[in-house]
Design a protein around this ligand. Structure first.
Ligand SMILES: [Zn+2]
Length: 166
């Protein structure tokens, strides 16, 4: 047993293994597991992902690999956000209702249950980025709502529809 004060003063590396949990999605009777919980963390290590988002990610990844005829990494660059995360981001990028890039009603907020992800895709062998519009087009087949015109090349995808149907 480690005394509590020692835990508080320990470096972050003590958290090694935190959220290092493989997530499994069942697609049409077959299990797929290419994502870990830690990929959905915010800066404080809080993680949340909706089952439908994991399912959509695995389907998107499977199709990207089939299209490329080789392994493609689908990388989650942003998952769940707290209100404080959102306000920090808006301080940098601005709110959409003021001409910026951050929605006040962002589907990344934890109150939406982890339905939103930001992703990029990379061909494993060559490390070449899959073009943003190509990734966006595949995401549109498996997510309810997709935005693929961000300047930094990422694609936003979410399953906002599940909120009404479940
Ligand atoms: Zn996003």
């Amino acid at each position: 047993m480690i005394p509590r004060m020692d835990i508080l003063s320990m470096p972050a590396t003590f958290c090694k293994g935190r959220n290092d949990v493989r997530l499994v999605a069942n697609l049409d009777g077959e299990e797929f597991s290419h994502f870990r919980l830690r990929e959905f963390e915010n800066g404080d290590g809080l993680a949340m992902v909706h089952g439908s988002a994991l399912d959509s990610l695995e389907r998107t990844r499977r199709e990207l690999c089939a299209m490329a005829k080789e392994e493609v990494w689908l990388i989650v660059t942003d998952g769940v956000r707290t209100q404080a995360d959102l306000e920090r981001l808006a301080a940098r990028l601005g709110w959409t209702d003021e001409g910026g890039a951050v929605s006040r009603n962002s589907k990344h907020l934890s109150r939406f249950g982890g339905i939103a992800v930001d992703v990029v895709a990379v061909v494993r062998r060559t490390r070449a980025r899959v073009p943003q519009r190509t990734l966006g087009a595949v995401c549109r087949r498996y997510f309810v709502w997709v935005k693929d015109d961000y300047g930094d090349g990422h694609v936003h995808a979410d399953n906002r529809g599940v909120l009404e149907t479940s």
